[in-house]
Design a protein around this ligand. Structure first.
Ligand code: ADQ
Length: 469
């Protein structure tokens, strides 16, 4: 591990979490491995290509970790106290902002001490970046946990080029106005030179809000530029995120993954149809509705359990936040109830695993998935849908996708569902299973083309070019 504590960087990514998890080996030595999750999957290849520094929390409360070098770039850990994890991270970020930005699919809670903690932690991040950034460096701030950082940084270091990208949706103004500290959050973002969103709708929602701030002119419908009272210009635009499509495809094509897929299919009893879902265990992902719909199809005999299995993988997520505990229990109960209604001992209707898996195992699961089901109630983008397409070679497969995922705009050939409409979802699942091979193939080809034509590198390049990197 090389210390990099004095190095200045010309390119910096700032995110709540570092892209690495600490692993303590049996002999007590420490290794850092790449952590799972959408944001890391998206940005790791960019960092490996560009170098520089990634500033973020290392995941252990009340601990200070020295900076180190990893896979071609510097890792700069920011400490958080246990109380800050509770208030800034689990509280304001994940129990206030996260539900509100996802259309209030559960009620957001607001507490003044959570907000104070959010501000304190954002200040710490901004101070660290201000220290590590070389003159005129480019700083790319990520996501909803750090919305105050652009403005704080602008005040400390006007020489920097500052970009901000929001990975989750941005809600309509009518919901946003509920936040007691809404003005400060918007001003925080307006400290950036460029603010990126997943979809034009999200960019438009933010632009409408910005327009209402004192001294801000524009943007109007024909314009994505806000001009502040000091004459500074802020660009507001959509940059739909994507994946390393070729990387996923190569992985999925390897003999090891093929073999793992074959063994998995056998373990599941060689059914003729495998329906597959994989998500962080999050209430925005629509798991309750999806499982209910598939359970009913089994009950009604439309899906035959001698011939069909639903494989659902859920990654543990935010396990100390109340709504996530409730969700975990609900899903356990729901799956248990559906499986216990089975009239055979042979195999369950739903093979459910609450775990994270290596990327190669995930690629094998994409390989055996005849039907991929992605049904969030609201999602910024959704990388799983794109990963599935990149991993498939044969066209005899189908993607079922929620119209409320950002990805639905680009993947409009998918079997589209409204996840709140259980009957509609059931009908679409049956259509995806029973459609002609030609109809399925035509859809798969069109969507695969889209995913290979707009990769993660294109996303990063277009954002950074717009920022003037
Ligand atoms: P997430 O909400 O985490 O991302 P998503 O875009 O689907 O959602 O990304 C999840 C990532 O985690 C995928 O790369 C997937 O392969 C991986 N993953 C999921 N379950 C796993 C498991 N059990 N084991 C291993 N890996 C697993 C947030 C936003 C999204 C946005 C991304 C990127 O909520 O809307 O698409 O950021 O901007």
């Amino acid at each position: 591990m090389t210390s990099t504590s004095d190095d200045l960087a010309t390119f910096i990514v700032v995110a709540n979490r570092l892209p690495v998890d600490r692993v303590v080996n049996e002999d007590g030595s420490i290794d850092w491995t790449t952590s799972p999750g959408g944001l890391v999957t998206a940005l790791e290849p960019v960092m490996q290509r560009k170098g520089g520094a990634w500033i973020g929390w290392h995941g252990a409360p009340d601990e200070t970790v020295e900076p180190f070098h990893h896979e071609g770039y510097d890792i700069v850990p920011i400490p958080l106290s246990a109380q800050e994890v509770t208030e800034y991270y689990e509280g304001f970020s994940n129990a206030s902002l996260w539900p509100l930005y996802h259309d209030c699919v559960v009620d957001p809670e607001f507490h003044r001490e959570w907000w104070d903690s959010y501000r304190t932690v954002n200040t710490r991040f901004a101070e660290k970046v201000a220290k590590r950034a070389a003159k005129n460096a480019t700083v790319w701030v990520q996501d909803y946990q750090l919305q105050l950082v652009p403005r704080m940084l602008r005040e400390a270091r006007p020489d920097l080029k500052i970009g901000f990208f929001l990975h989750i949706p941005f809600p309509p103004i009518e919901l946003y106005q509920h936040i007691p500290w809404r003005g400060e959050l918007v001003d925080g973002l307006l400290g950036a030179d460029l603010i990126g969103f997943q979809t034009p709708g999200a960019a438009h929602n933010f632009a409408r809000l910005a327009h209402h701030r004192d001294g801000v002119t524009g943007p109007d419908d024909s314009d994505d530029i806000a001009t502040l009272s000091d004459g500074r210009v802020v660009k507001i635009k959509d940059f739909p995120i994507s994946i390393d499509a070729r990387g996923f495809h190569e992985l999925a094509s390897s003999p090891q993954v093929h073999q793992e897929a074959e063994e998995m299919r056998k373990e599941l009893g060689n059914p003729s149809t495998i329906i597959f879902g994989v998500d962080r265990l999050d209430y925005t992902k629509g798991l309750r509705q999806r499982i209910r719909a598939i359970g009913e199809l089994f009950d009604e005999g439309k899906l035959d359990q001698d011939d069909c299995v639903f494989l659902q993988l859920a990654t543990p997520s935010r396990e100390r936040v109340e709504e996530y505990k409730i969700l975990r229990n609900d899903i356990d109960l729901l799956v248990g109830r559906i499986n216990s209604a089975s009239d055979t001992l042979a195999r369950p209707r739903i093979a459910y695993r609450h775990t994270s898996v290596p990327r190669s195992t995930l690629a094998a699961m994409y390989q055996i998935a005849d039907i991929m089901i992605v049904t969030p109630l609201r999602d910024g983008m959704n990388l799983v849908a794109k990963e599935y397409l990149a991993c498939r070679d044969d066209d005899n497969s189908a993607l079922i996708l929620s119209e409320f995922a950002g990805a639905a705009l680009e993947l409009d050939e998918a079997y589209m569902v409204n996840p709140y409409d259980i009957d509609g979802m059931k009908a679409t699942i049956m259509k995806a299973i029973n459609d002609s091979p030609q109809a399925r193939a035509q859809k798969m080809r069109a969507m695969r083309e889209q995913v290979f034509a707009h990769t993660i590198d294109d996303w990063a390049d277009s954002f950074l070019t717009e920022l003037g990197e």
